[in-house]
Design a protein around this ligand. Structure first.
Ligand code: PLP
Length: 400
């Protein structure tokens, strides 16, 4: 009999993967489903990046690289931090991993275990809590409020810190809310960090380039250089450059942490794909026009879905400041009854109803630690978005 390890004892398939599986199964049966659940760009990787990968593999860049990234990709990451964030790191302070997820996983593997606590402002990307639990540590979920724009408040952070707190993890722009922390939002939180020298800050800047008001993005290492020896800045190429399948992410932080992360990488993936590293060099240092073109597209899709959402009775949603997600409040409809007589008591039932009865896939808010919401991804073409929103409207209108 197969016996899973204790690391997996609290980790089940996520609500997102259940949704993915249910949607795939319906498509397999030939049913018409609009998928607004997918967390990745629908665009293809830009041509110049494909060409760079092609050149690299033809040039024999098909061997292992240094475990923390080739000299070229590390130089590209250093240059990115300098150019876009005003941050100067040394090559030793940077590690390139198999996606940003592996950076987050490696950082936790390298630093936490049973008895440790990690503070996660909710709503949060579901992998954070699962990874923390895989390490045997405890996620401490701190709810934020829609009225506060889903920004964590310093008093709440302060109250949640214990002697066992090791990290707080902030994701801005946020998956799923699209919230962007301004310098003013970060300032009081960084003051709390300064007062608690045993606590470190991990920031997930994955959606840095997907922001609708230019200039609104800031990152803590830039704001408080005095705290840099306790800040890990995580980023990657997946979302901005439509490169989810290439698996390149990276992190920059203090040397002792990065050294420990190297040990994890060394004994797990050895290094990430060298061809993908060459592609990432082109993404980070080549022409950036594709990023602006994608952003323009996301902006018009955002308008489209916000117009719809504002006129569907029972749904409430503020326009996301970044990312390609809208986090929709359906609390006014909780407890309503479907034409089939089912009571929509929770997010999963609601999403299941939308999928099975109306052929539109969205993700339950509870999966992000925020019940009473669902997440729509607008990384889909305009026609699918229009159809999907029409189905959501019908689904809501049919409830009593
Ligand atoms: N961070 C956030 C907030 C994400 O939403 C995702 C992907 O969904 C990632 C990190 C992972 O990105 P990568 O593809 O680089 O592993």
């Amino acid at each position: 009999v197969f016996k899973p390890s204790s690391a997996l004892s609290k980790v089940g398939p996520s609500a997102i993967s259940r949704m993915m599986a249910a949607t795939a199964e319906m498509k397999r049966q030939g049913r018409d489903v609009i998928g607004l659940h997918v967390g990745e760009p629908d665009f293809n990787t830009p041509e110049n990046i494909l060409d760079a990968a092609n050149r690299a593999m033809r040039n024999g860049e098909t061997h292992y690289s240094a475990l923390d990234g080739s000299p070229a990709v590390k130089a590209a990451v250093l240059e990115k931090f300098r150019r876009e964030n005003g941050l100067n790191f040394t090559a030793d302070e940077v590690v390139v991993t198999t996606g940003a997820k592996m950076m987050i996983f490696s950082a936790f593997m390298a630093s936490i275990g049973p008895g440790d606590e990690v503070i996660l402002p909710a709503p949060y990307w579901v992998s954070y809590s699962d990874i923390v639990e895989m390490m045997g540590a405890t996620p401490v979920i701190l709810p934020t409020k829609a009225e506060d724009g889903f920004v964590l408040k310093a008093a709440d952070l302060e109250a949640a810190i214990t002697p066992n707190t090791r990290w707080i993890l902030i994701n801005s722009p946020s998956n799923p809310t699209g919230t962007i922390y301004s310098a003013e939002d970060y300032a009081p939180l960084l003051d709390v960090l300064a007062e608690n020298p045993h606590v470190w800050l991990m920031v997930d800047d994955m959606y840095e380039h997907l922001i609708f008001d230019p200039g609104t993005f800031v990152t803590p290492a830039q704001l408080r250089p005095d705290l840099r020896d306790r800040i890990l800045t995580v980023n990657g190429v997946s979302k901005a450059y439509a490169m989810t399948g290439w698996r390149i992410g990276y992190g920059a932080g203090p040397l002792p942490l990065m050294k420990a992360i190297r040990a994890v990488v060394s004994q797990s993936t050895s290094c990430t794909c060298t061809i993908a590293q060459a592609a990432a060099v082109e993404a980070l240092t080549g022409p950036q026009e594709a990023v602006s073109a994608y952003l323009a597209e996301y902006r018009s899709r955002r308008s489209l879905i916000m117009e719809e959402l504002h006129t569907i009775p029972g749904l409430v949603c503020a326009a996301p400041a970044g990312t390609f997600y809208a986090f929709v409040d359906w609390r006014a409809l909780v407890g309503s009854i479907t034409p089939g007589g089912e009571v929509l008591a929770d997010d999963e039932t609601f999403c299941h109803y939308m999928l099975q009865e109306h052929g539109v896939a969205v993700v339950p808010g509870a999966a992000f630690g925020a019940a009473g919401y669902f997440r729509i991804s607008f990384a889909s073409d305009e026609q699918s978005l229009r159809q999907g929103m029409a189905r959501i409207r019908l689904g809501c209108a049919a409830l009593t």
